[in-house]
Design a protein around this ligand. Structure first.
Ligand code: ADP
Ligand code: MG
Length: 157
């Protein structure tokens, strides 16, 4: 049995990408290791490349990366992939109760893959087994993508 700490997805990390396209390609590779019911938490500042990684996940699951954009106001988008991909972005969330309104429990424990931007804002709700990845903005177009840690905090918070 795979514990999250030795999940095969982590074998691809850490890695540096040098362009948005490379981050997309990495997402596509990561997607091969995702199974229905998986939850992937993407940590990192604005512009770190989280949404680009999700575009790659969508492509890896048979969807169209162009359908992917941050669901900043709706909190969640669903893409027509197999399994379905639920894309949460909690950047603008103010209260955890907003997650009840979108049926977050069904998303987290359903048959789709759930990917979350700004997951630190729902840390207490992330299920055991959540996969955690952190993106870091290096100089210019370079990004580092590494394994994240449980209980990550936002900078300064
Ligand atoms: P986030 O969702 O983390 O806020 P986005 O994926 O929306 O980030 O945006 C990343 C921005 O950085 C985009 O404007 C993209 O073109 C740019 N960028 C430059 N280099 C990279 C890279 N290596 N990987 C991902 N995005 C990059
Ligand atoms: Mg984003």
């Amino acid at each position: 049995m795979n514990r999250p700490s030795d999940h095969p997805l982590y074998a691809l990390l850490p890695i540096e990408t040098a362009s948005p396209e490379e981050t997309l390609a990495l997402g596509e590779r990561l997607a091969r290791h995702l199974r229905p019911g998986d939850v992937l938490a993407l940590y990192g500042d604005l512009g770190a490349g989280k949404t680009h990684l999700v575009k790659g996940l969508a492509r890896g699951l048979g969807g169209d990366p162009e359908d992917v954009s941050s669901p900043t106001f709706t909190l969640v988008n669903e893409y027509a992939t197999r399994p379905p991909l639920y894309h949460l972005d909690l950047y603008r969330i103010e209260r955890l109760s907003e997650l009840d309104e979108i049926g977050v429990e069904e998303l987290l424990h359903g048959e789709g893959v759930c990917v979350v931007e700004w997951p630190e804002r729902m840390e207490p709700l992330l299920p055991p087994g959540t996969l955690r990845v952190r993106l870091l903005h290096l100089e210019g177009d370079r990004r580092r993508v590494e394994k994240g840690r449980e209980g990550e905090r936002e900078k300064g918070g």
